[in-house]
Design a protein around this ligand. Sequence first.
Ligand code: MG
Length: 277
Amino acid sequence: MTHNEHFAKEILRFANVLRYDVVKMIHQCGDGHPGPCMSIAEIMAYLFFYELRLDPQNPQWQGRDRFILSKGHACPIFYACLARKGFFPAEELPKLRTLEGMLQGHPDMNKTPGVDTVSGSLGNGVAIGLGMALGCRMQGLDSNVFVIIGDGEQQEGVIWEGAMSAAQYKAGNLIVFADCNNHQSGGKVTDLSSLYPVAEKWRSFHWHVQTIEGHDPDAIRQAVQNAKAERDVPSFIECRTVKGKNIPYMENNNIWHKRTPTAEEVVVAGKVLGIEI
Ligand SMILES: [Mg+2]
């Protein structure tokens, strides 16, 4: 097996491990958003295990890369990444959405080690990320700021204020992924208030723009390398994804935007994801 094949296989395997973590967590706590986690699993696996410069022993390390899950309702997969990186013990995961736990229903920087900002009030991640990117640049840090937004999330006007400013300030250290699964809470994005073709809009805001298959590890890695090579222009990566990806009863089925898997559905997920249970 070549190095590249090994890389892709590892990302795909690890993305499924994260997916199963999510299914278990939401089943255990009885509430949450599984579908929106599944569409970003490969992106999260790549970022947290191959890309982000982080120190789990020192979450506030100044030289770290920053990460913002702007579509904050997908936080279970963010928490699974942080636990598996060693930011906190895995025993915290089943306490998702409990008052005594550190893992709230949307990311909270004051409660969870490794979370750089609150999010979940949709639309804010690009502008917050721009502030972080400029702050890093002012301090002479070579850190990159990675943001994941949803496709429906781009209906929020503040996204475009951030987009406009980022190009103006030449924030080349800001990289935004858009999880383009064509679903949002209320239905299909293209049926509600379509943003498509979305890449053209970001191009017109003077961003470096790429469109990739969002479940393809090699495409994700190459797109990030291309984005990092652009030092004077912020980068937008349109990721074509499938909501509920890799769990057949969830794929493209919008009732799984927010729904709790039953015990039987957890077992089925483990089997289809190839996780030994
Ligand atoms: Mg979506």
